[in-house]
Design a protein around this ligand. Structure first.
Ligand code: ADP
Ligand code: MG
Length: 250
């Protein structure tokens, strides 16, 4: 395990999917992110942890093309996200990024299948078969015609995972994906993340849960909008399905 207490990330390489350079996001006097630099390697599973209000969601929103920095540079596959306006950001979002949230954000009057197709709709002609196949992958095919309120939290999050996958994103960004789930459903979601990671998807996961964080190959710890610390797991085998106690977070 190596630790660094610098906000300056390593130099960018061809393997970087994201390069974040001296990024700040200010709200008036408050710097929600304060001069953050970070390289994220293609295919990496990165965990982002830190206390409430430390800037985790702000960073995720910038990486997810839902917000822009007030200072600094953000590159995704070489494209300057910080220079883009909403229409361009929306294109990047739907073509490259799958988003998963703690609060699910499903459309309440649409069925599970329609929610997945809605995401697909932005990308191409909606294809119910493809949406059903995505629901099948997360074990939700039989619930395809259910409304969100007819599903448990864990089932709703599985629908969200299917929705995130439907456009075959290069990167999955998940902000507290297991925050509203019981242990069984947390396991289901984490196992699914392992499958995606094994298939080469880049995963960036914000979490309060030490066990979830320890699934990542690297953890960055945010405090007051800065990277306070970074922990790199030296064990090459991920801890699939096991409780993790060896990785210290704080
Ligand atoms: P975390 O996800 O780590 O809990 P956030 O990124 O949501 O933290 O927030 C970081 C800081 O930025 C907090 O102090 C929060 O109050 C502030 N903040 C976030 N969004 C806004 C906003 N839209 N307007 C003003 N302040 C905000
Ligand atoms: Mg947050």
């Amino acid at each position: 395990m190596t630790q660094a207490s610098t906000t300056r990330g390593p130099e960018p390489t061809d393997r970087s999917i994201y390069s974040v350079r001296n990024v700040s996001r200010r709200y008036g006097e408050l710097a929600a992110l304060d001069d953050v630099s970070l390289e994220i390697t293609r295919g990496e599973w990165l965990s982002i942890v830190g206390p409430s209000g430390s800037g985790k969601s702000t960073l995720m929103n910038i990486l997810g093309c839902m917000d822009s920095p007030t200072d600094g540079i953000v590159l995704l596959e070489g494209d300057r996200l910080d220079k883009m306006g909403e229409p361009e950001l929306a294109t990047v979002r739907r073509e490259k990024i799958g988003l998963i949230f703690q609060q699910f954000h499903l459309v309440q009057h649409l069925t599970a299948c329609e929610n997945v197709m809605l995401a697909q709709h932005y990308h191409s002609i909606p294809d119910e078969k493809e949406a059903l196949a995505a629901l099948e992958r997360v074990g939700m095919a039989e619930r395809a015609t259910h409304l969100p309120r007819e599903l448990s939290g864990g089932e709703q999050q599985r629908v969200c995972v299917a929705r995130a996958l439907i456009n075959h994103p290069d990167v999955i960004l998940a902000d507290e994906p297991t925050g509203n789930l019981d242990e069984v459903n947390e396991r289901v979601v984490i196992d699914f993340f392992h499958q995606l990671h094994d298939a080469g998807t880049t995963l960036i996961v914000v979490t309060h849960d030490a066990e979830v964080a320890a699934q990542g190959q690297r953890q960055i710890i945010l405090e007051h909008g800065r990277i306070a610390r970074e922990v790199t797991d030296v064990l090459s085998t991920p801890t699939k399905g096991k409780p993790v106690t060896r990785t210290e977070i704080r």
